[in-house]
Design a protein around this ligand. Structure first.
Ligand SMILES: Cc1cc2nc3c(=O)[nH]c(=O)nc-3n(C[C@H](O)[C@H](O)[C@H](O)COP(=O)(O)OP(=O)(O)OC[C@H]3O[C@@H](n4cnc5c(N)ncnc54)[C@H](O)[C@@H]3O)c2cc1C
Length: 394
């Protein structure tokens, strides 16, 4: 480890590693990069507890563009992250997302977002209950008034492979990863002069990037800045269904806030806790009760075969939830010119990691966005309390 770095990234999971990757790939950058990550196994990170899915079906046009770049990045993944012939297997399964509506208000929302999505070039269409039934014959569509379905461009990957790809290539490019924790930031006027580590090291730096996931606010607090991001519990369940379903089971999102999709021979599901409040940063407990109380009744309502299922596995996780507008915060802190945020993904950050890495690398290298302008997602809106809303939250 050197004594000082041009860029110090706090957190080395998906977001930190994507930023390290894009910076170190950019020939115009050429600086030194340190990634500080206390847990190289990522056992408790969101990145390894994720639903691992990509979609075009957002309500906010900018989020559609962000995911479309993510999908484009996957297309070329092998060439971009290869090191000595080694490429982690993404194993993309293009199943699409299916959003259900059971009342006119819900249908109107799906339809309005559908127009936004079409305008952004998304491959998506509205289906009547009959069309939904024909395409997904295992579904009970009695309560449906309509649905919206994407294409095989949307789907799921092995998220661990994405993280490994970013990290292996960043390391290959000369990025240093250190197993340590950031415990303080030294301010010097309108800059962060140095980063303090739990080991006692003090690392002078040019830029600091906050990629600390659910602990983003802890880092912002060190700089004396507000950040409305809190950890929210989300439990994932994997189940087996005794009666096999032959047809595609896309990532289906119900109006009750339950989602399910097929994962090889099994199914993955989860819902929103009835009491959706901030939890302790270390609280990764599995909420077993949610399966019977929230998830199973909804599964059985839409798919009669799901009345007879068995839970095979489950795990707790957390969203880094932006309570202002359920959207990411990216770019410089207004009052601290060399502190960058990459936080608050509210459950859709995996697919946003390529665009976020590219965006931060452009800001640091050129002082501006050169490809996709992410400035509406900047920190200024937090200071002004002006939401830039994403309403299609799963
Ligand atoms: C159940 C669940 C389902 C999801 N499903 C999807 C999905 O289908 N599609 C999608 O796009 N997204 C999904 N997400 C969201 C996605 O997983 C996250 O947005 C993404 O992984 C965030 O990556 P990150 O690097 O910002 O955060 P994390 O993966 O949480 O990483 C943050 C890192 O910061 C480190 N850190 C914390 N404090 C410090 C410190 N003081 N010093 C140094 N390092 C520190 C931590 O150790 C951690 O490794 C889901 C998330 C969950 C929990």
């Amino acid at each position: 480890m050197q004594t000082s770095y041009d860029v110090v990234i706090v957190g080395g999971a998906l977001m930190g590693s994507s930023i390290a990757y894009f910076l170190s790939e950019n020939p115009d950058f050429g600086g030194s990069i340190l990634v500080v990550e206390p847990d190289p196994t990522y056992e408790n990170a969101q990145s390894t507890r994720s639903g691992n899915s990509f979609r075009e079906q957002f309500s906010n046009p900018l989020n559609i563009k962000i995911s479309q770049f993510g999908l484009e990045f996957l297309d070329d993944f092998e060439h971009r992250v290869v090191v000595d012939g080694d490429v982690p297997d993404l194993n993309f399964r293009g199943t699409g997302y299916l959003f259900l509506a059971t009342n006119q208000e819900g249908l109107a929302r799906l339809d309005a977002d559908h127009l936004v999505q079409l305008a952004e070039g998304a491959d998506v269409r509205m289906l009547t209950p009959d069309e939904t039934q024909r395409q997904f014959p295992y579904m009970s569509t009695d309560t449906l008034v309509g649905s919206r379905f994407g294409s095989e461009r949307e789907g799921s990957i092995d998220g661990w492979a994405l993280l490994l790809g970013f990290r292996q290539r960043a390391r290959h490019n000369g990025v240093t990863y250190v197993a340590d924790r950031v415990v303080g930031l030294d301010r010097d006027g309108d800059r962060i002069a140095a980063v303090r580590l739990a080991s006692g090291s003090v690392v002078p730096c040019g830029y600091v990037v906050n990629a600390a996931g659910t602990r983003a606010k802890v880092i912002a607090d060190m700089a004396g800045l507000p950040l409305p991001i809190e950890p929210r519990s989300r439990t994932t369940f994997v189940f087996d269904c005794r009666q096999p379903i032959e047809e595609n089971v896309p990532l289906t999102v119900t109006p009750e806030g339950v989602h399910f999709r097929r994962e090889r021979q099994h199914y993955v599901t989860g819902g929103v806790p009835l009491d959706d409040r901030p939890v302790d940063y270390d609280d990764l407990a599995t909420r077993h009760n949610e399966f019977e109380e929230i998830v199973w009744p909804v599964l059985a309502k839409y798919v009669p075969q799901f009345e007879r299922i068995a839970v095979m596995a489950s795990w707790g996780g957390q969203y880094a939830y932006n309570v202002l507008d359920h959207n990411l915060v990216i770019g410089p802190a207004e009052s601290l010119v060399n502190l960058m945020f990459a936080n608050g993904f509210s459950g859709h950050g995996l697919q946003q990691s390529p665009a976020v890495g590219r965006g931060i690398s452009e800001l640091i290298t050129y002082g501006e966005y050169r490809t996709l302008d992410l400035s509406p997602l900047g920190y200024e809106r937090i200071v002004r309390n002006e939401p830039f809303v994403e309403s299609a939250i799963i």
